[in-house]
Design a protein around this ligand. Structure first.
Ligand SMILES: *Cc1c(COP(=O)(O)O)cnc(C)c1O
Length: 368
C-alpha cells in the first residue's frame, strides 16, 4: 500500500436529525430487503480528472438535471456487500477488498472513471462506523451496503462522460428465509439472454438487470421465483441467475460429492460468494470444478439421479437451494426437490464465518 496515491479523506457532516432510537428499533423489527435506509450516506464527485468532495452526510434526495448523462446512456455501476454483527457486539465486513476491486473493474468496462479502491473501502468503513446502531442483532440480519456510481455530466453527446457521482447507502435487512430455508423454482429462459460474449455481463451494471427483467416477469408468470440464463450463442450452456451464480452437486459414485460451477467466460458475473464457495467446498473435502454445464446434462443428470443438489449463491441471499426447473419444454425436479445436505452445510459454514462463529481461516473478515 506504500505506493498508493494520497487518498482523499471523507469529511464528516452527520445528521442533526437522526431517526429516534424508538423509531429505529421499530424499523429494525422487520426490515425486509432494501426498503429501510439508515441516517447517512457517503457521496463523492469526479470532475476535471480527479475525485473530490467526499462526504458523509444525511441520507436524502439527489437533485439531477434532465440532461444528466446516465438517464440517456446508462453509464452506471453498483456493488453489494454486508456488515455483520459479531458475537462481541462489534461489526465486520466480508471481503470488502473484492467489492472494491470489482467496482474498479466494472467502472473500466463501462468506460467510467474508476473510484480509488482505498476511497471505496474508506467510504464503507466511515458509513458503518457512523450508522453502526442500524446493524441488526437478530439472527441472519445484516446491514446491506450499496455503493453505486453514475455519469452525472449534463451532456447528450455520445462518449464516455467526464463527470461521475459516487454514492454509498446502507439498508438493514432481515434473514432472506425468515421462516426457514425453502428451495426456489427456476424458469429456464432460452429465448431471452442477459449477456453476450464481449458484452457487459461480467460488470455489475444496472443495464444487465434491465436486460433480465422481462425474463424475470415471464418467470413470475410461469409460477417460478427466479430465472436461469443460458449462453447467448448456443443457448445451451448454463450461465447464472439474474443476480446469483449457480452450483451443481453431483454424486461421485463412491458416496462422495463433487461440485461444478460454470466458468467465468466473460458473460457472467464473478460473484464473491461463488469465489468463496470454491474455497469452502474444497475445505469440506468436495472436489470442485469450474466447467461448462449444459442444459442437457442438467436435465439428464437430474433424471438419472447423479445430480443430487443445485443451489444459487450471492451476497443478498447467501445460498438458495433450487428445487425445480421449468421451461417451455416442461419441468424437472432436482432429487426430491428439497434443500440438500451439501447446500445446507456450505450455507451454514459461510454464515458462521460471516457472523464470527467460526474461525476466519482465509482472512475474509474485516472488522469495522
Ligand atoms: C452481484 C451479482 C452476483 C453475486 O455476486 P456476489 O459477489 O456473490 O454477491 C451474481 N450475479 C450477478 C449478475 C450479480 O449482479
Amino acid at each position: 500500500m506504500s505506493t498508493a496515491a494520497p487518498t482523499l479523506s471523507i469529511s464528516l457532516h452527520p445528521s442533526a436529525t437522526p431517526v429516534s432510537v424508538e423509531r429505529r428499533a421499530e424499523l429494525l423489527l422487520d426490515p425486509g430487503f432494501g426498503r429501510v435506509f439508515t441516517d447517512h450516506m457517503v457521496t463523492a464527485q469526479y470532475a476535471d480528472g480527479g475525485w473530490r468532495d467526499a462526504q458523509l452526510r444525511p441520507y436524502g434526495p439527489l437533485s439531477l438535471e434532465p440532461a444528466t448523462a446516465v438517464m440517456h446512456y446508462a453509464q452506471e455501476i453498483f456493488e453489494g456487500l454486508k456488515a455483520y454483527r459479531q458475537p462481541d457486539g462489534g461489526t465486520a465486513l466480508f471481503r470488502p477488498d473484492r467489492n472494491a476491486a470489482r467496482f474498479r473493474y466494472s467502472a473500466q468496462r463501462l468506460a467510467m472513471a474508476p473510484l480509488p479502491e482505498q476511497l471505496f473501502l474508506d467510504s464503507v468503513r466511515v458509513l458503518v462506523e457512523q450508522d453502526r446502531a442500524w446493524v441488526p442483532t437478530f439472527p441472519e440480519g445484516s446491514l446491506y451496503l450499496r455503493p453505486f456510481m453514475f455519469a452525472n455530466e449534463q451532456f447528450l453527446g455520445v462518449r464516455p462522460a467526464l463527470q461521475y457521482f459516487y454514492g454509498l447507502i446502507a439498508s438493514p435487512v432481515g434473514a432472506y428465509f425468515p421462516r426457514g430455508v425453502k428451495p426456489v423454482n427456476l424458469w429456464l429462459s432460452t429465448d431471452r439472454v442477459r449477456a453476450v460474449p464481449g458484452g457487459t455481463g461480467d460488470a455489475k451494471t444496472g443495464g444487465n438487470y434491465a436486460a433480465s427483467l422481462m425474463a424475470q416477469a415471464e418467470a413470475t408468470e410461469a409460477g417460478c421465483d427466479q430465472v436461469v440464463f443460458v449462453d447467448a450463442v448456443e443457448r445451451r450452456w448454463v450461465e447464472e441467475l439474474g443476480g446469483m451464480n449457480i452450483f451443481f452437486v453431483f454424486d461421485d459414485g463412491a458416496g462422495g460429492r463433487r461440485l461444478a460451477t460454470p466458468p467465468l467466460t466473460g458473460s457472467l458475473l464473478a460473484g464473491i460468494t461463488r469465489d468463496s464457495l470454491l474455497t469452502l467446498a474444497a475445505d469440506h473435502g468436495h472436489p470442485v470444478e469450474e466447467r461448462p454445464v449444459s442444459v442437457e446434462e442438467w436435465r439428464g443428470s437430474a433424471a438419472d439421479g447423479s445430480l443430487v443438489e443445485v443451489f444459487a449463491c450471492g451476497t443478498a441471499a447467501v445460498i438458495t437451494p433450487i428445487g425445480r426447473v421449468r421451461s417451455r419444454d416442461g419441468e424437472f425436479v432436482i432429487a426430491d426437490g428439497e434443500a440438500g445436505p451439501v447446500t445446507m452445510a456450505l450455507r451454514q459454514a459461510l454464515l458462521d464465518i460471516q457472523y464470527g462463529k467460526a474461525p476466519d481461516k482465509h482472512n475474509w473478515m474485516h472488522r469495522v
